[in-house]
Write a protein that binds this ligand. Structure first.
Ligand SMILES: *[C@@H]1O[C@H](CO)[C@@H](O)[C@H](O)[C@H]1NC(C)=O
Ligand SMILES: *[C@@H]1O[C@H](CO)[C@@H](O)[C@H](O)[C@H]1NC(C)=O
Ligand SMILES: *[C@@H]1O[C@H](CO)[C@@H](O)[C@H](O)[C@H]1NC(C)=O
Ligand SMILES: *[C@@H]1O[C@H](CO)[C@@H](O)[C@H](O)[C@H]1NC(C)=O
Ligand SMILES: *[C@@H]1O[C@H](CO)[C@@H](O)[C@H](O)[C@H]1NC(C)=O
Ligand SMILES: *[C@@H]1O[C@H](CO)[C@@H](O)[C@H](O)[C@H]1NC(C)=O
Length: 358
């Protein structure tokens, strides 16, 4: 029967942009360091695993099955280049040596894994400290003349409280943009350890999304080894499912993810008269024909196709005003019908190229 169903794409159109994104996890048991694992995931999937929720985390652990190794990389890392100035949220961009810095030797060191804020000590040198520590602080007042720009506030506050206070009474915590400003602030501090506006956003995901979800094991990340700048998922033992800070040079298996994007296409089919494609089994068969047809043009792995059911539970509806075209009394030999196909695929770049060439 189906030999007689002509499956011809009359036209294809995209309804809207692909809607995001079912995430799929993949466990790769090869042992690689974090950067190599990242390259592998980026080439073969989307990126190292991003984890949004406890459900994601559980799914990730399941993906590994019964692994031999005790931990695997996920996409979270400590970004040593993320230091910023509170005022204007400006990045301290010294990777190329372009911005002025005054770190003491060996700083920032992230001792204990929690040093996300910066102080200036009596020699004018900077150290990273836990933001929860309390120090005097230096506020900056915009617009006042140079001599009056900096204020030493002689109250011990943690970083957030100091920042709030400066923003309330002045402009912000002080930024240090060059040596002369550094010296001016040092003199203003009169030998005290003071907060300046220096802080960082430590842990980042390898891929652009930025979920706040964390699932660290007890007491970590503590940077005990001094280089624990990458996160791994513990896969065995009592901490299974929790994350650990691990040296990025260690060789571990890893988790990648791929993103299935969904697009809805409107396609036209030509059917032989009298054939009702809504009969059981026919839809699936037509879908297979569709898949075969598309695979000649585009990348199909990890792609699924689905007919979209209309409100009445049926897929196929004749074009408007043409009546029930699968009614045997209908006389034309070929009938066209428009249907909606929904496609889950990580390959929309190829799809778009193909659709527009068609
Ligand atoms: C992607 O996977 C293939 C096959 O497993 C592997 O040979 C290749 O090295 C991977 N790409 C990267 C960048 O590791
Ligand atoms: C460093 O310099 C290079 C070349 O001048 C530039 O492409 C890159 O964006 C710079 N990186 C940063 C972090 O400023
Ligand atoms: C900072 O101090 C404020 C006010 O004393 C307090 O509410 C807040 O929890 C402290 N934050 C940290 C990170 O210690
Ligand atoms: C230091 O930076 C500030 C702000 O950009 C600028 O006004 C000042 O002239 C600079 N001083 C020197 C000595 O470069
Ligand atoms: C976390 O990793 C460190 C260093 O890699 C290791 O010493 C420690 O035992 C790990 N913690 C857990 C809970 O597995
Ligand atoms: C991982 O290995 C590659 C090649 O062996 C090396 O270039 C890279 O620096 C290593 N990365 C880390 C974080 O150790």
């Amino acid at each position: 029967m189906l030999r007689n169903v002509y499956l011809t794409l009359l036209c294809t159109g995209l309804w809207g942009v692909p809607s995001c994104c079912a995430r799929q996890y993949h466990f790769v048991s090869l042992e690689k360091n974090w950067t190599e694992a990242q390259s592998y995931c980026r080439e073969n999937y989307t990126d190292l695993a991003v984890i949004d929720s406890p459900e994601d985390n559980e799914q990730l652990l399941q993906t590994a099955g019964n692994p031999l190794q005790y931990a695997g990389w996920i996409g979270l890392y400590w970004d040593q280049w993320s230091w910023k100035w509170s005022m204007g949220n400006i990045r301290l961009d010294n990777r190329n040596g372009s911005d002025f810095t005054s770190w003491a030797t060996g700083q920032p060191e992230n001792y204990g894994g929690k040093e996300n804020c910066g102080i200036m000590e009596s020699r004018g040198l900077w150290h990273d400290y836990p933001c929860s520590c309390s120090f005097y602080f230096i506020c900056y007042q915009e617009g006042s003349d140079a001599a009056g720009s900096y204020f030493l506030i002689e109250t011990n506050k943690n970083f957030t409280a100091a920042q709030r206070s400066c923003r309330e009474h002045h402009t912000d915590l002080a930024s240090v943009r060059n040596r002369s400003e550094n010296e001016e602030i040092r003199l203003t501090a009169r030998g005290n350890y003071v907060w300046i506006g220096l802080f960082m956003e430590p842990w980042k995901w390898s891929s652009p999304s930025n979920p706040a979800f964390r699932n660290w094991a007890d007491g970590v990340p503590d940077n005990a080894a001094g280089n624990e700048d990458c996160a791994s998922l513990l896969m065995a033992g009592s901490s299974a499912g929790y994350w650990n800070g691990t040296g990025c040079d260690q060789r571990l298996p890893f988790f990648c993810f791929s993103e299935k994007k969904r697009v809805v296409m409107r396609v036209g089919l030509q059917l032989e008269k009298g054939k009702n494609p809504n009969e059981p089994g026919v839809r699936e068969s037509l879908l297979n024909q569709m898949r075969g047809l598309l695979s000649k043009h585009t990348v199909m792995d990890r792609t699924s196709l689905k007919w979209k059911e209309q409100k009445d539970g049926l897929v196929f509806h004749p074009e408007k005003d043409k009546g029930e075209i699968w009614d045997p009394r209908f006389t034309q030999s070929l009938q066209s019908v428009f249907v909606v196909l929904s496609v889950d695929s990580p390959h929309f770049d190829y799809w778009f190229v193909w659709l527009f060439q068609y």
